[in-house]
Design a protein. Sequence first.
Length: 134
Amino acid sequence: LWARLPLARQFLLITLRHFAPDLFAKGWTAPAILILKTVVDPSIASLSIAMFLLVTNITSSAAAFTAASLLSHFNISIEDTPHKFGNLIAFLTMGPCAICIPFFLCSGLYMRNIKRAKIESGEMNKEEQELMER
């Protein structure tokens, strides 16, 4: 049992290393869908979510192609220049997230104003608001 403990620790670290970036990279999808369902007319809400997911998948594919093109253009490889490779991959993954921050802040403020207007007009009461926040 003790001989397998280092392997188990390594497996746990590898698993966490794999899923932690996914949680941060995909964590914005659910709030974005909620914003779309709240703001967009209900008759086209499903279509808007489908278009959002389509554009997200297309841009993910384009990002992978762009990364491969940049790696070949700048002659960067994992074996020869691991530091440059790591910097490029870090920039390509963190850059878009940093660009999205102001948009999500603005949309969050917009959603808060919509909720306040609904509460003031009587379309939503405090209990419904608390349920939506859970």
